[in-house]
Design a protein around this ligand. Structure first.
Ligand SMILES: [Zn+2]
Ligand SMILES: [Zn+2]
Length: 250
């Protein structure tokens, strides 16, 4: 246990749209903390990012860094985690393009399309903030996929209202409202074809695995764009990916 009382020296501000909380130490901006997969990360300019059990431990780490004189002046470039080599924008750079992550991302992206949400960054996992645009009203902010996907497979977003300040609830749930905005198709007519059968999905997943092993980023990016890029048949595609992975396990 540490006997240094850091608690009275920091203050945690409001989260920005990406879910980062600015932290001031002794009244001076020190860095920020954010939650990622049940861990709290502490980040400050010039310092290595660290992970902690809760937000207070993460904020306390910034106090320690300030005391060590390790934090660079404001405006200095922050040391950002290096994205693991050029993955597609549909998958957060921290998520490896494993079959499981691709399956989850494909499903989430398909459902987001059906619900009239446009993702503005890569799929971040179920329990992280995800920046998106509401297609009913153009609002931009973060939602959690774990809330949007519903519980026990019921597919019903919670809460049922979309966000504060959206169009009236009766209009939100009117099916014709979304039908006007959302294009869903049974087959892909895109110029670069997206996989809509288990066989084509399986071939692409194999190609992803090969490209990952060979560190062939251009191939990986191309393959992942076909697996996760925008497509009116995204729902059919997600089912095809699921079927391909289920068949591979059998
Ligand atoms: Zn809205
Ligand atoms: Zn397509």
């Amino acid at each position: 246990m540490t006997d240094i009382d850091t608690g009275s020296r920091y203050s945690i501000g409001e989260a920005d749209v990406t879910g980062r909380y600015p932290v001031a130490v002794d009244g001076r901006q020190a860095g920020h903390i954010y939650r990622w997969h049940r861990r709290w990360h502490a980040a400050a300019p010039g310092c290595k990012e660290t992970q902690h059990e809760d937000r207070d431990l993460a904020a306390g780490q910034l106090v320690k860094l300030i005391d060590e004189g390790a934090v660079l002046a404001e405006g200095a470039p922050a040391q950002t985690p290096t994205p693991a080599a050029g993955y597609v924008p549909q998958l957060a750079p921290r998520l490896q393009p494993t079959p499981g992550n691709i399956r989850h991302a494909a499903k989430a992206l398909a459902r987001l399309n059906e619900l009239g949400w446009e993702p503005l960054e890569g799929y971040p996992g179920a329990d992280n903030r995800w920046l998106m645009r509401c297609r009913l009203c153009e609002w931009v902010g973060t939602r959690w996929w774990s809330h949007l996907r519903g519980r026990n497979g019921d597919n019903r977003p919670r809460p049922s209202y979309r966000h504060d300040g959206c169009i009236p609830m009766v209009e939100q749930v009117a099916p014709e409202k979304l039908a006007k905005l959302v294009v869903t198709a049974q087959s892909c007519q895109c110029k670069v074809a997206h996989p809509t059968t288990a066989d084509t999905a399986a071939a692409l997943l194999k190609s992803v695995a090969r490209a990952r092993r060979a560190k062939d980023t251009p191939s990986l990016t191309a393959d992942l764009s076909r697996l996760l890029g925008p497509c009116p048949a995204a729902t059919v595609r997600a089912a095809a990916i699921e079927a391909a992975l289920t068949a591979a396990k059998a």
